[in-house]
Design a protein. Structure first.
Length: 364
């Protein structure tokens, strides 16, 4: 929990967390300033001491806990020090992990125009990724080194070829994770880009799925062979696709169903990515037939700590968005009761086509 508290303290978003009894567990520095209360002053107090409209809110908040859902933006009045009051709005989302369950609140200043609030949301997503990056290396680098060292010893001592192959897989994946940790340990993802065939990366997904899941998951490939090479960081974009596949698999497991993931690639024409127009872009869709993402969290699915799963960190998709954004791309999500689609767009420049043309001429 301390790790997440450090991350949340870095954010401009105003975050407050309660336990299942609606007693305050944590509020970050932005929330302290906004509510004019410190964590020490607020910790252990019931949320009804923050909200004026006690009865109405209490009923809705209890429903969040019982139905494991989220509350869409809600306007209320909050108490401040010296008998001052403030009109505000907030979102509330159910959250659970192995240690506790409760509700995460995000407050919005109603004195600001909606357009400014939207801009702040985008900045929040970026600052979350940066904050997570700063804490990531310290939290997992040492355990990774231990795993790699043990796998290396096993590889040296094992004579059975099949078992040795498993040890080498652990070694290879440990090196890949160490590489990713090193890249994201600064304020921004450090890209090592070169021209890649996106399908070479996508071809790793079936093996990845087979290694992490015993139940049968069907992978359907629908590739556009006309896609040119694109300039990307292989290990980070691989991690994006692995995370999207994992997200679908966890949804299948949650509902105890055997699912299908369709991986589709296309050349997209005349597209806007982050308000910039591109003649062409590489579009990759991950389409599953899972239970879908609830309507009340679909708009914030790329925010940390937001997840439809009962026990989850909610960090996977926020990291995915950070990596895609660093490549100058975008990622969007569409979901209903028939399944979920994640669409990744990566810019294709004129040099991409030149590289592809050169390669084809060489092969000819």
């Amino acid at each position: 929990m301390i790790f997440f508290e450090n991350i949340l303290d870095e954010l401009s978003a105003k975050i407050l967390i309660t336990d299942e009894n609606l007693d305050v567990l944590f509020l970050n520095k932005s929330a302290e300033d906004y509510l004019c209360n410190t964590l020490d002053e607020s910790k252990g107090k019931n949320i009804d001491q923050v909200f004026k409209e006690k009865t109405n809110n209490e009923l809705e908040l209890q429903e969040i806990l019982e139905k494991k859902k989220s509350l869409k933006r809600h306007i209320t009045t909050i108490f401040l020090k010296d008998n001052l009051q403030k009109k505000t709005s907030f979102k509330a989302s159910y959250f659970a992990n192995k240690d506790f369950r409760g509700i995460i609140f995000e407050f919005f200043d109603n004195s600001k125009p909606e357009s400014i609030t939207d801009k702040m949301k985008k900045r929040t997503a970026a600052s979350i990724t940066q904050a997570f990056s700063r804490g990531l290396a310290h939290e997992i680098k040492n355990p990774l080194s231990g795993i790699r060292g043990a796998a290396q010893l096993l590889s040296q001592k094992i004579e059975d070829p099949k078992k040795k192959e498993f040890a080498n897989i652990i070694l290879k994946e440990s090196d890949r994770l160490v590489n990713i940790v090193n890249k994201v340990s600064g304020n921004r993802f450090k890209l090592e880009q070169n021209f890649q065939n996106i399908h070479t990366i996508l071809e790793k997904i079936p093996t990845f799925v087979k290694n992490i899941e015993n139940q049968k998951v069907q992978i359907v490939k629908d590739y556009d062979p006309s896609l040119p090479l694109i300039e990307i960081d292989n290990s980070l974009i691989s991690q994006v696709f692995f995370n999207l596949a994992t997200n679908s698999i966890e949804a299948f497991k949650q509902k105890n169903i055997s699912g299908k993931i369709t991986i589709r690639s296309r050349v997209a024409y005349e597209v806007f990515i982050n308000n910039k127009k591109y003649n062409t872009a590489c579009q990759v869709d991950f389409i599953d037939n899972g239970p879908g993402i609830p309507d009340d969290i679909i708009d914030s699915v790329f925010f940390p700590l937001v997840s439809s799963k009962e026990i989850a960190s909610g960090l996977g998709l926020s990291i995915v968005k950070g990596i895609v954004n660093q490549h100058g791309g975008s990622i969007d999500c569409y979901s209903d009761e028939t399944g979920t689609t994640f669409t990744v767009l990566l810019p294709i420049t004129e040099i991409n086509y030149e590289k592809t043309k050169t390669k084809e001429e060489i092969n000819a």
